[in-house]
Design a protein around this ligand. Structure first.
Ligand SMILES: Cc1cc2nc3c(=O)[nH]c(=O)nc-3n(C[C@H](O)[C@H](O)[C@H](O)COP(=O)(O)OP(=O)(O)OC[C@H]3O[C@@H](n4cnc5c(N)ncnc54)[C@H](O)[C@@H]3O)c2cc1C
Length: 418
């Protein structure tokens, strides 16, 4: 770091620039003002909307029950009161760390004292060798969710590629709208990266009971425009490695997230599965911070580095990073938490779900009310709660307190947990 930048890092900032306009960026600007930052605040965001929350996109927004008004992080007048120069829609195209200048696609430039990168990520795309049809869509933004919802409402059959969280929520919403849904997943089970076998099986049964045609171990070879006798017939045709085919009005692919790290990488910041930050959100440059889906942080609970893609992380890591920008060093040390809503099931995951640890089960998966406690050396490492939010809340308290647990008491449904 140059001598000028080194001394800048120790002075109170006069100009803070935030790249990104999602949930994490929204919480950064809110927190900066709440903490008393009165300087210039510039937010560069490539979506036209003010910051909003994405969880409802695959649920209420897709179902047509919510729109921009219900998902905003701050109402327009509240946002206006934050006195943020929102450069949007515009896209930050380069960061000159030596000069501390960000340049945008529209040709604007801004010099920062501190920079926060909250660029999230984009829906990962299927390779062009597979996706040859125009009827292949993705879901990451509000505009995509609105368009997808409209399309679902005028369709009869949707093909969902990917049996992860977003794919399963899309399938559940499609069924709610009366649309036939097929989910194709290459792995032998659903949500295999985050769930143990029992819960994957539970989700499989849940979707099949709701009329979804779920195909596991499905090796998708191509998605092409459907044609009959060489003439376009509308819709998409999926072909699998075993030669079988499947037709649908259109396909939605939910195959993961590609974090927006290119800008940071080009600026020479440390990047390894996300922008590398410490527990305060500080990157390898002490004038530059990162948070949310794009940041890879050392997680105290998991005892390893991780890039989380969750609502709670986007909010709370952003709050910690914004405070650190102002020199208030509060480590981000929360227990990872994620939830999903599908049909009549609310599923929440807290902490670490260690492979090879058989969970203690409270309740019953068949009855769709169960809590799986993952216990190691007498202490909770993680919890999966299915329609049992209260259990999860208690578990969070015990985990935060480091309290020892008794498996017999955890699994005894004749007595309330306390
Ligand atoms: C459909 C869906 C459903 C979800 N459901 C749940 C759920 O049920 N529970 C849960 O815990 N989590 C859920 N999540 C995850 C959660 O919403 C994300 O973790 C969160 O939105 C991450 O926020 P972020 O601000 O880090 O990134 P993002 O929300 O991706 O925001 C980043 C913004 O920065 C913009 N940007 C990127 N690069 C630039 C640039 N160079 N210049 C300007 N702007 C740029 C992007 O376009 C984007 O608008 C869901 C996500 C999706 C997509």
């Amino acid at each position: 770091m140059s001598a000028e930048n080194e001394s800048a890092a120790t002075q109170a900032p006069r100009t803070v620039v935030v790249i990104g306009g999602g949930q994490a960026a929204g919480w950064v600007v809110k927190t900066l003002r709440k903490e008393g930052f009165a300087g210039r605040l510039v937010m560069i965001a490539d979506e036209a909307h003010l910051p909003y929350e994405r969880p409802p996109l695959s649920k209420a927004v897709l179902a047509g029950e919510a729109d921009i008004e219900t998902v905003r992080i701050a109402k327009p007048d509240e946002f206006a009161a934050l006195n943020v120069e929102a450069w949007q829609p515009d896209c930050a195209t380069s960061i000159d760390r030596a000069a501390r200048v960000v340049t945008t696609r529209a040709g604007r430039e801004v010099k920062y004292d501190r920079l926060v990168i909250a660029t999230g990520g984009a829906a990962r795309k299927l390779p062009a060798s597979i996706a040859k049809s125009a009827h292949v869509t993705y879901l990451r933004t509000l505009d995509e969710a609105m368009a997808l919802g409209e399309r679902l409402r005028r369709s009869q059959r949707v093909l969902v590629v990917g049996g992860g969280w977003i794919g399963l929520e899309v399938a559940a919403t499609a069924r709610k709208l009366g649309v036939q849904a097929t989910v194709v997943e290459g792995a032998p089970r659903l949500c295999a990266r985050s769930l143990p076998q029992d819960v994957s099986d539970f989700l499989l049964d849940l979707h099949r009971a709701n009329g979804v045609d779920v195909r596991l171990n499905a090796a998708l070879v191509s998605l092409e425009d459907r044609a009959e006798d060489g003439i376009r017939a509308g819709g998409v045709r999926a072909t699998f490695a075993d030669g079988s085919t499947l037709d649908a009005d259109f396909a939605v692919a939910g195959i993961g997230l590609a974090p927006h790290t290119a800008l940071a990488e080009a600026a020479g910041l440390a990047v390894e599965d996300g922008i590398v930050v410490d527990e305060f959100g500080e990157t390898s440059d002490s004038n530059v911070f990162a948070c949310g889906d794009v940041a890879n942080h050392p997680n105290a609970w998991l005892k390893r580095r991780v890039r989380l893609e969750s609502w709670a992380n986007a909010q709370n890591q952003a709050i910690a990073a914004a405070k650190a920008v102002l020199g208030v060093k509060t480590p981000y040390a929360e227990i990872p938490w994620f939830w999903s809503d599908q049909y009549d099931v609310n599923l929440q995951i807290l902490g670490d779900i260690p492979a090879g640890v058989a969970p203690a089960l409270r309740g019953s998966l068949e009855e769709k009310r169960a809590t799986l406690f993952f216990v190691e050396e007498g202490h909770l490492r993680g919890v999966i709660a299915i329609n049992s939010a209260r259990d999860l809340k208690l578990a969070r308290k015990w985990m935060s307190q480091g309290r020892a647990v008794d498996i017999a008491a955890l699994t005894d449904t004749s007595k309330a947990l306390a």
